[in-house]
Design a protein around this ligand. Structure first.
Ligand SMILES: Cc1ncc(COP(=O)(O)O)c(C=O)c1O
Length: 491
């Protein structure tokens, strides 16, 4: 682990050890032209684009022109080290050559096909996914494709409703499952429902084991998982709880979980939590739907984050990194007894683009790369290296209250000087200043792409490329140190 802010850096050597990194000097005149063109476009965007998406979270939205490996490049060809990789959609790095080639080949071969017909990549991809679940979680099942994450969540909801006849679900406080209407009803943030009328089937939200800020004020060393005791209490009897022991019926069809909370702030539960929760749910006939949309595909060092829990889900939901962020594709995997053709027959759910041939060909290549590689080992090793970097930063900056990580899903919780009171201001400032691109590495202007999550929006959620090199992690160390130091002075 080494930092380089003050030392001179051999740029040629740096570019060799950071695939995708290049520094290009452009003239002041060209830079001024880029700035003017972007200002004009930004003015136009302000008038013609809806601001209902997330672009205007930033003080000044940024245009990017190219990308490679762990880096995005703006119009002035300046690099930004990306430590969030599009909320973990680009696990194999930007412009991954093999994945891009698979997409190009499919464009030349079968660029489009109505989803009511078959194409071989769809079947081969489903086969790889089904086998991967059998290998890792030990269960037989089938795959059903869709386009985006929230749509796959909707498909999972339909499957649960069909199987159990129940429309009420359990989900976690801090959980995020998307922003369509049904996904919003199982996402804990009221802010996503506030302006959209009644959500009669809104989930019952249960505290997540967020041990750094335990909702019950307990200490993880001594609590005996008090939070699970509280869930167990809800199944005692039919008068004040969710379960009728006489009819043996529960009010809820399924519990939607994220093994590591993504938007909730990359919170990693204590060991043994999910195994005990699963036992409680199974005893009461409640299905487990595991949302792997952000944590799947080796983000946590395992293909499925669920593998860390020694338990299996009834339904998995995934998207994002399935195509490395290229042509959108998402899917659910479900146990045979839920999704067999007699239970979930033709037309049960459908979208025009649901198993689009560009998405399936791309995803097939992604799965081949995962099957051929040794990601369990490399991601675990790199994750430990990155976590040490975060611990080093924490030893220098009391404003970092907590750091943690599972594989390359890492968290850094920004606080006041007391190392506990959440500082949203500091996290926001880091997000903005990183995006402005005025940090320096080896004497060159460099930016840093971060994302902020957590219950208090004070957590830097880190999801670097799984292909990140050690040199790039050292670069991240240096840039984060600079950023925290300067942002603290600003506040
Ligand atoms: C855990 C989780 N579930 C669901 C979604 C929704 O996926 P999409 O944005 O593709 O609809 C996301 C997106 O961030 C997510 O992180």
């Amino acid at each position: 682990m080494s930092t380089n802010s003050k030392a001179t850096v051999d740029l040629a050597e740096l570019e060799r050890s950071c695939p995708g990194l290049r520094y290009t000097d452009i003239s002041q005149e060209d830079a001024a032209k880029v700035t003017k063109a972007e200002e004009d476009l930004l003015e136009l965007e302000g008038r013609v684009c809806s601001h209902g998406d997330t672009v205007h979270y930033a003080e000044r939205p940024t245009f990017f022109e190219t990308c490679e490996g762990s880096f995005l490049y703006d119009g002035k060809q300046q690099p930004y080290l990306d430590l969030q990789m599009w909320y973990s959609a680009v696990n194999l790095g930007y412009a991954n050559k093999r994945v891009n080639q698979a997409l190009k080949d499919q464009i030349d071969k079968l660029p489009q096909l109505a989803c009511q017909y078959l194409h071989k990549e769809k079947v081969q991809l489903a086969d790889r996914l089904v086998k991967s679940v059998k290998r890792t979680l030990g269960e037989d099942g089938r795959v059903h494709f869709n386009v985006g994450g929230a749509q796959a969540v909707e498909d999972a909801l339909k499957l649960v409703r069909k199987h159990t006849g129940k429309s009420r679900m359990l989900a976690f406080e801090g959980g995020y499952h998307g922003r369509t209407l049904a996904a919003s009803s199982i996402t804990s943030s009221y802010r996503y429902r506030e302006n959209y009328g009644e959500f009669g089937d809104r989930a019952e939200f249960v505290p997540f084991p967020y041990c750094f800020r335990c909702p019950f004020g307990k200490k993880v060393e001594s609590c005996g998982m008090y939070c699970l005791d509280q869930i167990e209490r809800k199944f005692e009897h039919e008068y004040t709880s969710w379960w009728n022991p006489k009819s043996k019926k529960s009010e809820f069809g399924a519990f939607f979980i994220e093994v590591v909370q993504g938007t909730g702030g990359y919170i990693i539960p204590p060991k043994g939590y999910f195994a005990r929760l699963a036992k409680i749910l199974r005893e009461h006939g409640i299905l487990i739907v595991d949302d792997e949309i952000q944590m799947g595909f080796f983000r946590t060092g395992k293909l499925w984050a669920m593998e860390h829990t020694n338990t299996a889900a009834d339904i998995l939901v995934f998207g994002k990194a399935l195509t490395n962020g290229l042509n959108p594709l998402s899917a659910i995997w479900a146990k045979e007894e839920l999704i067999s053709p007699d239970k979930f027959g033709p037309g049960s759910t459908h979208s025009t683009f649901s198993s689009n041939s560009l998405g399936t060909a791309t995803a097939l290549e992604v799965m081949k790369i995962f099957d051929e590689g040794d990601y369990e080992k490399t991601v675990t090793e790199k994750g430990a290296y990155f976590l040490n970097i975060l611990k080093d930063l924490q030893s220098k900056h009391p404003e970092i209250g907590d750091v943690d990580g599972l594989g390359l899903a890492l968290r850094m919780e920004m606080c006041e000087k007391d190392s506990y009171t959440p500082s949203r201001r500091l996290a926001d400032t880091m997000f903005q200043r990183g995006l402005e691109g005025n940090l320096s590495y080896g004497g060159k202007k460099t930016g840093l792409i971060l994302d902020i999550g957590g219950y208090y929006k004070n957590v830097v959620t880190l999801a670097p490329s799984l292909e990140i090199t050690h040199k790039e992690m050292d670069m991240a160390h240096d840039l984060l140190d600079q950023l925290i130091t300067s942002c603290k002075k600003e506040l």
